[in-house]
Design a protein around this ligand. Structure first.
Ligand code: SF4
Length: 200
């Protein structure tokens, strides 16, 4: 792990090159591409999901499949463009069959995420779904309980858990109390906070 200790001194591009060669956990054996993350390196809003899916593994880019399209919709509903944010995952290589990443895999990969957060230094981290929320907040509580609330994390960074976009794809309803409705409420809170932070 020595190589990771100094990673905050690297640029995001240098870190991405390092991660591209990573064999620290077994997921390297079955990946097509490492999905490091992408977006604005000075983003006020950083989004962290669980891990790459099949489409992401094939393309080497995060959230480009159906869940990514849903995520884009959620952001666009409050006027946030994908180019403004930085998007990554807890693990950078696809778990086979889209299973949840194992604890050991997440532990091995976590220093890369730490380094990304340190380099980007966002104001708000949106943790997408159970896995990233549990990892970042070190909790066993579920997303249904945690979503929609700002949690002070480190320094001035706040974490805001929301449902994972793939979860939203399973529910068509937009009625009050539905996952889509709640996410719509949540993303408005995030937008308000970003706007407030921007004011002098
Ligand atoms: S998931 Fe992370 S730790 Fe595992 S091989 Fe990929 S980059 Fe390395």
């Amino acid at each position: 792990m020595d190589c990771l200790v100094n990673s905050t001194k690297l640029s995001l591009t240098q870190l991405a090159s390092q991660v591209k060669e990573c064999t620290l956990c077994q997921l390297y054996k079955t990946r097509t591409n490492v999905v490091f993350g992408e977006g604005n390196s000075e983003a006020a809003l950083m989004l962290i999901g669980e891990g790459p899916g099949e489409v992401e593994d094939q393309n080497g880019r995060p959230f480009v499949g159906p869940a990514g399209q849903k995520l884009d919709e959620v952001l666009a509903s409050v006027g946030i463009m994908r180019e403004e944010v930085y998007i990554t995952n807890v693990v950078k290589c696809r778990p086979p069959g889209n299973r949840e990443p194992l604890s050991e895999e997440m532990e091995r990969c976590y220093p890369y995420l730490e380094a990304q957060i340190a380099l980007i230094n966002p104001q708000i981290i949106l943790s997408l779904g159970n896995v990233s929320t549990r990892v970042l907040l070190d909790t066993n509580a579920g997303i249904t309980m945690l979503r929609g609330q700002f949690k002070r994390w480190r320094g001035d960074i706040e974490i805001f858990p929301i449902f994972h976009p793939s979860y939203l794809l399973r529910y068509q309803s937009r009625e009050k109390g539905s996952p889509k409705y709640l996410t719509w409420i949540d993303i408005q809170k995030v937008k308000e906070r970003l706007d407030r932070n921007r004011k002098p």
